[in-house]
Design a protein around this ligand. Structure first.
Ligand code: 2P0
Length: 322
């Protein structure tokens, strides 16, 4: 039996991934940009066991079945095909982010699984190959292979990987946990519904291509105010496209909207801060690291908050190491 353990962190997109051009290969409709956080890591151990009849997936000490187990098995099938074996595995994962609450647990989850499974099955992959592999499990996981800021390219299977982007400044994110409960509609289903039924989807895709180009320019210029404006506008456009689905999906709650308003007020008061939100009500404020305590103090009036800084990329954890 061979085994390996890996750890990865969630990421929050500044330019969002929302929609696929290929569901089998999990290729995104557009590229995206993110910051990997230094909080909420996922640590995953893969034990390859040639004598086992089935894969096993244990998440936070509970043996899982249904969709999570099936997604894990299908991911291991990809790794097994690459390794030329059909040996089954036990996957034991510990997630410190509230699962399925729109805080990107699938990103840290599949990034850690990609790293642990590749090592346990004896594959020697570089970061780019690991990013392509993680993408197959969950699109946003392609970006969590890297620490700091990352750009995930659209394109075909060979071309669709993430790579690091130089930090434009000393930035931080204040994560508000408006609701840590499980969301009503998974982002995978909501993405599919948006693409199929929202009349705003084509506009979302074309405007995001423009935002992506503008964001890359703003990163090169280290123009934080421009990066922030692109981040906030892109998030609200994504939510507009999602709300335009039939049946409609609305992830932002009244508290989320109040936090967006408060962030605008904080800007009027002179802080460099911008809001974004993923497929859930939790708003994340992007700000200068030195101003994070002031932003945190203001947003703590609405919800539990966590200050996050740019975190590390995927790493293998040595046996015995915590
Ligand atoms: C993102 N999100 O760019 C966007 C913004 C949520 C909102 O990537 O179907 O779990 O597994 O590829 O990666 C969430 O979608 O979707 C996501 P799949 P994933 O972070």
């Amino acid at each position: 039996m061979t085994q390996a353990t890996a750890q990865a962190h969630p990421n929050i997109a500044l330019v969002k991934y929302w929609g696929k051009r290929d569901t089998a290969l999990n290729l995104p409709a557009t590229g995206s940009v993110s910051m990997t956080l230094d909080v909420f890591p996922t640590t995953t151990t893969v034990q390859v066991d040639a004598s086992a009849a089935e894969d096993e997936f244990i998440l936070n000490d509970v043996l899982r079945d249904g969709v999570p187990a099936e997604r894990t098995r299908r991911f291991l099938d990809i790794v097994r095909a690459m390794a030329g074996t059909d040996a089954r595995a036990r996957v034991t994962s510990h997630n410190t982010v509230p699962s399925a609450a729109g805080l990107a647990s699938s990103a840290s989850g599949f990034a850690a699984l990609a790293g642990a499974a590749a090592a346990a099955y004896g594959l020697d992959l570089d970061d780019r190959q690991l990013s392509r592999l993680a993408r197959r499990g969950s699109g946003s996981a392609a970006r969590s292979i890297f620490g700091g800021f990352a750009l995930w390219h659209a394109g075909d299977d060979e071309e669709s990987f993430a790579e690091p982007l130089a930090a434009p400044a000393d930035l931080a994110m204040v994560v508000t946990i408006v609701d840590a409960g499980e969301k009503q509609v998974s982002s995978r289903e909501a993405m599919r519904r948006t693409a199929l039924t929202s009349p705003y989807y084509p506009a979302w895709v074309s405007s995001t291509e423009q935002s992506l180009a503008a964001a890359q320019e703003a990163f090169r210029d280290a123009d934080v105010a421009r990066i922030g404006r692109i981040t906030e506008t892109n998030a609200l456009r994504m939510h507009a496209a999602i709300q335009g689905s039939d049946p409609s999906i609305r992830y932002l709650s009244p508290t989320s909207v109040a936090i967006f308003d408060r962030v605008e007020q904080l800007r009027a008061e002179g802080l460099t801060v911008f809001a974004t939100a993923d497929a859930g009500p939790n708003v994340v404020a992007l700000c200068l690291a030195e101003e994070a305590p002031a932003v945190d103090a203001a947003l703590a009036a609405f919800a539990e908050t966590v200050i996050a800084h740019p975190g590390p990329g995927l790493r293998l954890v040595a046996e015995g190491e915590q």
